[in-house]
Design a protein around this ligand. Structure first.
Ligand SMILES: *[C@@H]1O[C@H](CO)[C@@H](O)[C@H](O)[C@H]1NC(C)=O
Ligand SMILES: *[C@@H]1O[C@H](CO)[C@@H](O)[C@H](O)[C@H]1NC(C)=O
Ligand SMILES: CC(=O)N[C@H]1CO[C@H](CO)[C@@H](O)[C@@H]1O
Length: 285
C-alpha cells in the first residue's frame, strides 16, 4: 500500500490561461508540460478545466469522451516526456452525463486513473445566489489514488478540497501528496484557497498539497483566483503565481525525508485515538 521508495523528485504545477479556443490551449498545455519535463519535473499538474472556460454553459460544448482529443494529447505528452501527468480536469461526457474529470497518465502514456469530482458545488441562498453544479454535472463515486516511484498521490478536484475526511482517508491510505486542480473565485479564493491547503496539508494530515488553478483573467466570464501553490507538511506555502498567464512552480529538495521528520516532531499520525474515533471509506470504487 505505502510507497516505499522515498526518492527526491520535482513536481511542476502549471497555471495557464484558458480561453475559448480549445486547440490552442491544448497545444499550450502540451508545450508547458514539455518545459516542465525539460527542467527535470517527474510529476506535472495541470489546472481544473484547462481545456474549457468554466461554467455550465460551456461544459457540454467542450465535453469529450475519454479517450478523446484532450486525453490523447495528455497521454502523448506524458509518454514523450516520461512524466506522471495529472491532467487537471476536463468536462467529460459519458452515457449522456457530464462529469468534471481528472485523468492521470503514467510515463508510458497509459491512463492510470480518472477522478470524477466527487462533491458538486450546489448553493442556494434565497434572494442572493443560486448556483447548482449538479444541474449540469454528475458526481464521481470513488476515491482516486495512484502510486509513483516517488510517492503515493491522492486526487481531488476543487470543492473536494473542502472535505477534510477525503484528505484524511488519502493520508491514512499512505498518500504523501494530495493534488487538487481547482478554480476558486475572487471571494472564496482570498478567503479559503490557501487556508484549506494548509489545513489539509500541515494541520490535519502532514502531507504535501499542490493546487493548480487557471490563471486569473479579468475578462473571462468566470474569474479564477489563480495562486496555484504547493504547501509542505509544516505549513510553508509556496505561491508562485499572482495571476501571471503562464508559469511553472517547482518543489524539489528531499520532500519525503522532510515529511518523515515533521511526522516525528509532531506525531499526530501515530497518536490518533483510533480506538475512540475513525474515518473510514464506505466505498472505494
Ligand atoms: C464566489 O463564489 C461564492 C460562493 O458561491 C459566491 O458567494 C460569491 O459571490 C462568488 N464571488 C464572485 C466574485 O463571483
Ligand atoms: C514565475 O513567475 C515568477 C513571478 O513573476 C517569476 O519570478 C518566475 O521567474 C516565473 N517562473 C517561470 C518558470 O517562468
Ligand atoms: C495559455 C494559452 O496559450 N492560451 C491560448 C488559448 O487559446 C487562445 C485563443 O487562440 C490564445 O489567445 C491563448 O493564448
Amino acid at each position: 500500500m505505502h510507497c516505499l521508495l522515498l526518492l527526491e523528485f520535482r513536481l511542476a504545477v502549471i497555471q495557464l490561461q484558458v480561453t475559448s479556443v480549445k486547440a490552442d490551449n491544448l497545444s499550450r498545455a502540451r508545450r508547458l508540460v514539455k518545459e516542465a519535463a525539460d527542467q527535470g519535473s517527474k510529476v506535472v499538474l495541470l489546472p481544473e478545466f484547462f481545456n474549457s472556460p468554466y461554467g455550465p454553459s460551456f461544459f457540454s460544448a467542450y465535453a469529450e469522451r475519454i479517450p478523446g482529443e484532450s486525453t490523447q494529447m495528455l497521454s502523448d505528452a506524458a509518454k514523450e516526456h516520461k512524466v506522471y501527468l495529472v491532467g487537471g480536469s476536463i468536462p467529460e461526457e459519458d452515457g449522456g452525463k457530464l462529469y468534471n474529470s481528472c485523468p492521470v497518465f503514467g510515463p508510458d502514456g497509459d491512463m492510470i486513473l480518472k477522478h470524477r469530482k466527487i462533491h458538486l458545488f450546489d448553493i442556494d441562498v434565497p434572494g442572493k445566489i443560486r448556483f447548482q453544479e449538479s444541474e449540469s454535472l454528475s458526481p464521481g463515486n470513488s476515491l482516486s489514488m495512484f502510486e509513483t516511484p516517488f510517492c503515493k498521490v491522492g486526487v481531488g478536484i476543487c470543492y473536494d478540497m473542502r472535505f477534510a475526511e477525503l484528505a484524511q482517508l488519502y493520508a491514512r491510505k499512505g498518500c504523501q501528496l494530495l493534488v487538487y486542480p481547482g478554480a476558486f473565485n475572487l471571494t472564496t479564493g482570498p478567503a479559503h484557497w490557501e487556508l484549506l491547503q494548509r489545513g489539509r496539508s500541515a494541520v490535519d494530515n502532514q502531507v504535501y498539497v499542490a493546487t493548480a488553478s487557471p490563471a486569473r483573467d479579468e475578462t473571462a466570464s468566470y474569474v479564477a483566483w489563480g495562486h496555484s501553490s504547493v504547501v509542505n507538511p509544516c505549513c510553508y506555502h509556496y505561491s508562485v503565481y499572482l495571476g501571471s498567464p503562464l508559469n511553472l512552480s517547482y518543489l524539489s529538495s528531499s520532500p519525503l525525508q522532510y515529511l518523515a521528520d515533521i511526522r516525528q516532531q509532531l506525531p499526530i499520525t501515530a497518536q490518533r485515538r483510533n480506538d475512540l474515533y475513525t474515518v473510514t471509506s464506505v466505498q472505494e470504487g
